[in-house]
Design a protein around this ligand. Structure first.
Ligand code: SAH
Length: 487
């Protein structure tokens, strides 16, 4: 270790930044976050620094650097664009016994500024001893994604409760045990979910000893949307909760890399298909969920897409609510949104389509009587679970008087490496789907804006183009581009 990482308290401490350009400005902004008393020495400064000076937030020395300047400051940042001047500042600082950072010059600096993840009061600093700042940035991004958003609130609250805990638990050992329980238990869970009142209630009960070893009070269910397949489409919150669960109940549609977010010790239970082929009924799933939470487990109920879009998440949440058990719901990217994006299908498109319906394949049952007119005038339909009903859909479109040329697309295994997209039309969709041997899971998109997909293929899946698409739609590539540009 070449340098010691320390956290410096700079509140009201005089600090000097030499230089007035954009780099200096960034350093000033960083120092300002600590409440330091900042001076800037430079012959000219950026507009934004000038504004800070005018507001009296920083002191300005509009002069040339001289070696006497640095002595009164706690730390100095040399941020001029003159390398030899920067070195001189560093040497003067060294003689005066002050810490100095020279921007982009690890060797000349007596301290370096790490990449920072700031969830105050939790702060993670990453340094590479000047070897690989870009790697430090990438690590920072990964840590940002991994650490729960409210970890700072959790730490701050623990800090506020320290004295109370000290009074309640006499020995160091008891206190350590308490904090170990605290950070992995329901109080921390409440705080991380933003439930301050529930956390305080649970804490009070814990401190006055009301809490028994009743495991029921510790269990919780998290109903999490896993997105349509690409593991990159799971939300950060979803990923974090998968990683904290004791038990993961997952659907058939949840992909393996997403299950890999779970802890090694977590129990993974497939509930879409049980032991080979027999599916668990929804009632059985609801009961299992309630039972596992009652036993005190933190259960992640992982569902394909979004839990509340044809996901039966509503029924599971109701079972938990009826049993008086705590739960959280984390949305996911539903198949309609994921498949549309990855197949280049704008669900709405300015001037072409201004509304969209998520539905299942029973058009005449599920939609209002005017759906054919809506489709003809630009409405988009995104149909789930329709693979077995494509012939039926074609017939319903025909009977409803929908234009035979209206674009229809099928996206199979959307957002995964096996994605296939069929671009077809209302009249031909049945034949085209048969030719391509489309299987579940697939989304069916119907509507004028679906035609734009022909020009918006970007994902490395397979696209099959029917001849009919767009030919008579009076919407050439140029028209679409114009719409997009002016839209
Ligand atoms: N809750 C899920 C939908 C579950 S219903 C969501 O919000 O996405 C199951 C249907 O979703 C499938 O029959 C199929 O129509 C669609 N689906 C799910 N994942 C898909 C995928 N990767 N590609 C295409 N369709 C998908």
């Amino acid at each position: 270790m070449d340098r010691l990482p320390i956290f410096l308290k700079l509140t009201n401490k005089p600090c000097l930044v030499v230089g007035g350009g954009t780099v200096a400005e960034r350093k000033v902004r960083l120092l300002q976050r600590t409440g330091a008393k900042i001076s800037v020495l430079a012959s000219s400064v950026t507009e934004s620094l000038q504004a800070q000076i005018d507001l009296g937030r920083i002191t300005y020395f509009p002069e040339q650097y001289s070696d006497a300047v640095g002595a009164g400051f706690w730390l100095i940042i040399a941020a001029t664009d003159d390398e030899s001047l920067n070195h001189r500042i560093a040497m003067d600082a060294d003689v005066a016994g002050r810490f100095c950072n020279v921007v982009d010059d690890n060797a000349a600096s007596s301290f370096i500024l790490p990449a920072i993840v700031d969830r105050s009061p939790i702060i993670v600093a990453i340094g590479t001893e000047g070897n690989a700042p870009v790697l430090a940035q990438q690590l920072k991004n990964r840590i940002e994604a991994w650490i729960p958003q409210r970890i700072g609130d959790l730490a701050a609250q623990a800090g506020r409760w320290r004295d109370l805990v000290k009074k309640r638990f006499g020995s160091l050992r008891e206190r350590r045990r308490f904090w170990q329980r605290f950070f992995t238990g329901p109080i921390a869970e409440h705080l991380l979910a933003g439930r301050q009142v529930a956390a305080e209630k649970a804490m009070r009960a814990e401190l006055v000893g009301e809490i028994t070893d009743d495991k029921e009070s510790q269990g919780e269910a998290w109903i999490v949307g896993a997105g349509p397949g690409d593991p990159g489409l799971v939300t950060l919150r979803g990923q974090q909760l998968i990683g904290r669960a004791d038990v993961v109940l997952y659907d058939r549609l949840v992909s393996k890399p997403i299950l890999d977010f779970a802890r090694k010790e977590a129990e993974l239970i497939p509930v879409g298909k049980r032991a080979g082929s027999q599916e668990m009924s929804q009632t059985e799933i609801n009961e299992l969920l309630v039972e596992l939470v009652r036993e005190g487990n933190r259960v992640c109920r992982l569902k394909g897409g979004d839990p509340f879009v044809f996901g039966r998440g509503g029924e599971e949440a109701l079972s938990l609510a009826n049993a008086g058990l705590p739960f959280q719901i984390v949305p996911g990217i539903s198949a309609a949104l994921g498949c549309a994006a990855y197949a280049g299908i704008p669900l709405t498109l300015r001037g072409v389509s201004g509304s969209v319906t998520l539905a299942t394949a029973k058009l005449s049952n599920d939609l209002g009587p005017d759906w054919p007119q809506l489709l003809n005038s630009g409405h988009t339909l995104a149909l789930y679970m329709g693979v077995g009903s494509i012939a039926d859909i074609r017939r319903q479109l025909k009977d409803g008087g929908v234009s035979p040329d209206l674009p229809v697309a099928i996206v199979e295994n959307g957002t995964t490496s096996r994605q296939r997209t069929i671009l077809s039309s209302a009249a031909c969709i049945d034949d085209d789907a048969k030719k391509a041997n489309i299987v579940s899971p697939a989304m069916i998109f119907i509507g004028k804006s679906v035609g734009a997909a022909e020009h918006l293929q970007w994902f490395d899946g397979q696209t099959v183009n029917s001849d009919v698409v767009l030919d008579d739609l009076h919407t050439s590539h140029i028209d679409y581009l114009r719409l997009i540009e002016t839209g």
